[in-house]
Write a protein that binds this ligand. Structure first.
Ligand code: ADP
Ligand code: MG
Length: 469
């Protein structure tokens, strides 16, 4: 590379819109949570955008997006587009069908249009590699409406069809090549390298990277990439990001930002989460019903019941004892020795039911814990996740039942977020409560609620889980 004289080129086209500049860190964390739980690794990742107009995309491109009927960026697009537009090397991980193609195409068009036009015999500016013919065709097709509007050309090249047609296409000149790695190597070698070359390539995409490496394309990909100028911009998109790929990605992408959408469910799938609207006069009856059902089937089961105050813990304890349930309570009003002995009795099964406040039950790990009841609703998401996470541990299944009163729409917002982020359906009546609360926020009758579970909270949860493993 040191012997080749490369043109200088520009990568950073992104200017943060004023409305995003004003957002504080907690708001950004909350927004990422809302966007299907975006998680970031790497330094200085731009904030996610919420509208197309915030992406720094020129008008002609925006017109095409509008004509395609894409109302707003999908979650991966919302975060990846500003990152790629600012010239960063990006690893984007999001499930199939989440709109990854557009996430690398839009910044790519901006990148290409900034450069001088191709001269005859010059090779492409953008190189998109993908594992299969079908994917190459699909990406090529998705480019088409933009190509017309922007006066650009793209060639699609894959094995299993006559190479001479693709050679002819390339010779006519194209800013973009969408290809499978094997065919790209053939084309680079064709006619002693006179068909195409990588001299002008400054933007490289590895799409469906997990499949590409599964299919054994690593040597070809590395060979091609090794021949592209090192100061290129490289983006990698994938549905999954297995460990082995990490090492590989490190070789290909310098100082990347890693964006993962919805990879982790905040509550383990082993926990069946039930949320019910129950007013105070109905809670106790319902609790007895739940306990009755559980202990009919499983005498050895343990139940943990959460309340919000010490006094409630003690009064619920008395009510349960009267109904014949041996139980104990832990809360901040009891000394440590007392709490420790209660927990060991609970673990040993001396008492099957424990009434607790959140703080007192942090980190509690009891294998036979089958049922968590949030008798009083937790008031933020982090607390909810920690409480219900006391069950469903180490692969065991469990149930978490949460009571929300009609007045607790504010809490329902966070709980429904947790349900969504763990892939569980939100019951209709809870959704209604959430919608009503959000309406009140809009009309100024209520203040918005920060979930208290931003990036830091998620990181802590991850650390805790890693430790548990
Ligand atoms: P992935 O590569 O993540 O599997 P694709 O990029 O193939 O997903 O996109 C899936 C579908 O979503 C495509 O049909 C695409 O046209 C459509 N799509 C992409 N972005 C948007 C958007 N912002 N709004 C609506 N539909 C979109
Ligand atoms: Mg795709």
């Amino acid at each position: 590379h040191s012997k080749i004289k490369y043109d200088s080129f520009r990568k950073n086209f992104y200017v943060e819109p004023a409305e995003l500049a004003d957002m504080i860190e907690e708001e950004v964390d909350d927004l990422r949570l809302d966007l299907d739980g975006i998680k970031i690794r790497g330094q200085d990742c731009p904030k996610p955008v919420q509208k197309w107009s915030q992406c720094g995309i020129p008008a002609q491109t925006l017109d095409v997006i509008q004509s395609l009927g894409y109302e707003k960026p999908t979650s991966i697009q919302a975060q990846a587009i500003p990152a790629v537009m600012s010239g960063r090397n990006v690893i984007g991980v999001a499930k199939t069908g989440s709109g990854k193609t557009i996430a690398f195409l839009l910044p790519m068009f901006r990148h290409i249009k900034d450069q001088r036009p191709l001269e005859p015999l010059e090779g492409p500016i953008s190189l998109i590699m993908t594992p299969t013919r079908e994917l190459a065709v699909q990406i090529h097709k998705e480019c088409k409406p933009f190509l017309k509007a922007l006066n650009l050309k793209a060639v699609c090249a894959y094995g299993g069809s006559p190479i001479k047609d693709q050679i002819a296409d390339l010779k006519r000149g194209a800013e973009i090549i969408v290809c499978t790695p094997g065919r790209m190597i053939d084309l680079l070698a064709a006619n002693s390298g006179r068909v195409t070359n990588l001299k002008r390539v400054t933007y490289v995409v590895l799409d469906e990277a997990d499949r590409m490496f599964d299919m054994g394309f690593e040597p070809q990909v590395m060979k091609i990439i090794g021949n592209v100028r090192p100061d290129r911009q490289t983006v990698l998109f994938s549905a999954t990001f297995p460990r082995q790929m990490e090492a590989l990605a490190r070789k290909i992408l310098q100082r990347p930002v890693e964006i993962v959408v919805g990879a982790r469910s905040v509550v383990a799938p082993e926990v069946n989460q039930i949320v019910e609207i129950r007013n105070d006069d109905d809670k106790f009856r319902r609790l007895l019903e739940l306990l009755g059902d559980l202990y009919d089937k499983d005498e050895d089961a343990r139940t943990l019941i959460f309340v919000d105050r010490q006094e409630s813990a003690d009064s619920l304890l008395r009510d349960l004892m009267r109904r014949g349930y041996p139980c104990m309570s832990i809360h901040g009003g009891k000394d440590q020795i007392d709490r420790d002995s209660t927990i060991s009795d609970f673990k040993a099964g001396v008492v099957p039911v424990l009434v607790a406040t959140s703080v007192a039950a942090r980190g509690l790990d009891v294998k036979q814990l089958k049922l968590v009841v949030n008798y009083d609703s937790p008031n933020h998401m982090e607390d909810y996740v920690h409480r219900v996470g006391r069950t469903g541990r180490a692969g065991n299944t469990g149930t978490a039942v949460t009571f929300v009163t009609q007045e607790q729409g504010r809490y329902a917002v966070d709980i429904s977020k947790a349900l969504k982020l763990s892939g569980q359906k939100i019951p209709d009546d809870i959704q209604k409560l959430v919608d009503e609360f959000n309406e009140k926020v809009k009309s100024g009758k209520e203040k918005a609620h920060a979930s208290g579970f931003g990036g830091k909270g998620l990181e802590r949860l991850d650390q805790e889980r890693d430790l548990a493993r």
